[in-house]
Write a protein that binds this ligand. Structure first.
Ligand code: PHE
Length: 332
């Protein structure tokens, strides 16, 4: 057996083959194993003699097998090294580096500016309740924005939020004033896409609630924001407006950052560009959220981040932001 197996080992040329040989002699059903198992049937004189020889052969074969395995592994390694040489003169594959989406870049900038003024970032779900999106925000039952043709409803209680204002409701219900938050996020309205409308868009809202908060602070906050975002010398202007959740309410314009207010194509000759809605939080909204309007007051503002991004990068069609065309995105 020994000679035959030694011969087989020296002739084998793969680890698999050696393993097969090992199993055939030393495995559970191997030849040597069988001899060792058969020892109990031998006579008292034969047993030590046969046992000694069988054990010696087993040890020698084990040694030979493990030596051969080491040898084979070394050989395979050398073969692999030879086949895996690297040709350093080959041209490299082009690596394309990703970057932040322009709207994300503007979000980052807005967060940076408002965090510098002490605002904390608050987020909420995109699937909201009618209660948080409309009722708590003092929207009259017949307000046009509640209409099926404007809002995506799941059922009579759930919808895709049409604004980030429900985050304000969630915050006021769960945190005691003082509150100073911005809520950036995605919103949805059942609009037909065109150059200025997209059924999915982004808002950033701000909310400040404390004792003795006044409209002067709202103006100061927005003035500081406008100068940081649109550039030094930017002025702001409040125009009376109406929102259900603020009273008084205003739409806010900034002086055109392109012509400095003289009038150009950017501002359609007007010198002013509308950028956001704002106002003093309506007492009903405070009450709906468990805050006493006799003790606390506050202001809120909200802007369309896609619209602001369009202004910043002079993009004339909102749809470009969401088509994921690399020729467009590569420019930012
Ligand atoms: N949520 C309002 C909108 O979508 C914007 C807004 C927010 C206005 C906060 C005033 C105060 O039109």
């Amino acid at each position: 057996i020994k000679e035959r197996v030694m011969q087989q080992i020296s002739e084998s040329d793969s680890i698999d083959q050696i393993e097969q040989i090992r199993v055939s002699v030393l495995g559970k059903k191997g030849e040597i194993t069988a001899i060792l198992k058969g020892m109990k049937d031998l006579s008292g004189e034969e047993r030590p003699v046969v046992g000694k020889i069988a054990n010696e052969v087993r040890e020698e074969l084990e040694e030979a097998i493990s030596q051969k395995k080491i040898q084979m592994k070394e050989l395979e390694k050398q073969k692999r090294m030879a086949s895996e040489t690297i040709d350093v003169t080959m041209p490299a594959k082009k690596v394309s580096v990703g970057r932040k989406h322009p709207v994300t870049q503007v979000f980052d900038e807005l967060k940076y500016i408002f965090m510098g003024m002490g605002f904390k970032v608050a987020e909420g779900p995109e699937i909201e309740t009618v209660l948080n999106n409309f009722d708590a925000l003092n929207a009259p039952k017949d307000h046009p924005s509640r209409d099926m043709s404007d809002t995506f409803y799941f059922d009579e209680n759930l919808l895709l939020r049409t604004q980030t204002s429900p985050v304000q409701v969630r915050t006021m219900k769960s945190v005691k004033p003082p509150i100073k938050i911005i809520s950036p996020g995605r919103c949805f309205r059942s609009d037909t896409p065109d150059a200025t409308h997209s059924p999915m868009f982004h808002q950033l809202e701000g909310l400040v609630i404390d004792k003795h908060v006044t409209m002067a602070e709202l103006k100061g906050t927005l003035q500081t924001f406008a100068e940081h975002f649109f550039g030094e010398g930017t002025r702001i202007k409040f125009r009376p407006h109406n929102f259900p959740f603020t009273e008084p309410s205003a739409e806010v314009d900034v002086t055109c950052f392109k012509c400095g207010g003289k009038g150009c194509s950017m501002c359609k000759g007007e010198g002013w560009i509308e950028i956001l809605g704002a106002g003093m939080v309506h007492p009903n909204v405070l009450r709906n959220c468990g805050i006493d309007p006799e003790e606390y007051s506050g202001f809120a503002f909200g802007m369309g981040v896609d619209r602001i991004s369009m202004l910043r990068y002079e993009v004339d069609d909102i749809r470009l932001f969401f088509e994921n065309d690399m020729r467009f995105l590569d420019q930012f």
